[in-house]
Design a protein around this ligand. Structure first.
Ligand code: COA
Length: 262
């Protein structure tokens, strides 16, 4: 039995486990507690031989996840930024290397760290109102949880540069065309479609699925590992700059001002 969680929910339905990011009032932004709880839930799932497939989604209809919790980014220094990056990378690598298939059911905004999590999943189903992107550039930073690497591997270097360096945000249909998601369905059908996909996966032999996943992941493994280390170094270096601090502070103070004006 897993312990009760604060920032995620888990639900087992026959041979599938649902993991739901559960901070809807913060658009399921990923904080340190959520990373830790995700890691524990993945461990539990790995050990449970009855579980054959995992679906990750966000609570509510607005967001899968709006990314790393910006209030935690605000506190980072060059030293703590490296650890922050490594922790997120480690948890998302846990998703990628889980011995069971993982489906992302993308139910709205999927930004920054939210997209990094989705990219670590084996399949991505999106609701038609979903929007995906990397807003890091406007905060003066880069993705630090594997996004620079997995995005380029998934959609190619040119599209990765467009999304990360220009900060273009794409709607679900465009994401489908560029191969960022595998299928788009209406929000009302997302859960059923995710379950149907999980059901098809559960029909496969667990051992064959595990080895197929491991073999396919080995295509990128060594380059991905060295790329992730570089990403951590660059992510940390950026936090030594004055401009980054100013951009993050300004983003947060503009938001606070907006609230004050209401
Ligand atoms: N970290 C922390 N809190 C976040 C968040 C994040 N990444 N994204 C959204 N939230 C919080 C907001 O602060 C707000 O909380 P509050 O009501 O206590 O002020 C709540 O979620 C709702 O967000 P809000 O911005 O009011 O919704 P919106 O519909 O106006 O805008 C977004 C939606 C996604 C466009 C906007 O929330 C946004 O730009 N978020 C930041 C995305 C980002 O830069 N992520 C990458 C981080 S590296």
């Amino acid at each position: 039995m897993s312990r009760p969680y604060e920032t995620i929910k888990t639900k087992k339905e026959q041979t599938t486990t649902w993991i739901t990011l559960n901070r809807p009032d913060k658009l399921n932004a990923i904080n340190a507690t959520m990373l830790q709880e995700l890691s524990e839930a993945l461990d539990t799932t790995e050990k449970d031989t009855n579980v054959r497939c995992v679906i990750i989604t966000g609570e509510g209809e607005k967001a899968f996840s709006a990314g790393a919790d910006i209030t935690e980014l605000q506190k980072l220094t060059q030293e703590t930024a490296a650890e922050f990056s490594r922790k997120g990378q480690q948890v998302f690598s846990q998703v990628e290397t889980l011995s069971k298939p993982v489906v992302a059911a993308i139910n709205g905004y999927t930004l920054g760290g939210g997209l990094e999590l989705a990219l670590a999943c084996d399949f991505r189903l999106a609701s038609d109102h979903a929007e995906l992107g990397f807003p890091e550039m406007k905060l003066g930073i880069i993705p630090g949880w594997g996004g620079t690497q997995r995005l380029a591997w998934t959609v190619g270097v040119a599209e990765a540069k467009r999304l990360i360096m220009l900060g273009d945000r794409v709607k679900a249909e465009e994401a489908l065309k560029m191969g960022l998601v595998d299928k788009v369905v209406s929000m009302g059908k997302l859960e059923a479609e995710a379950e149907a996909l999980a059901q098809r996966l559960c029909e496969g032999s667990p051992a064959a699925l595990k080895y197929a996943k491991r073999a396919i992941n080995s295509v990128t493994k060594s380059l991905l590992e060295s790329g992730l280390k570089k990403e951590t170094d660059f992510f940390a270096q950026i936090f030594s700059t004055k401009e980054t601090k100013e951009k993050i502070d300004s983003f947060i103070s503009q938001r606070n001002k907006k609230e004050g004006d209401c």
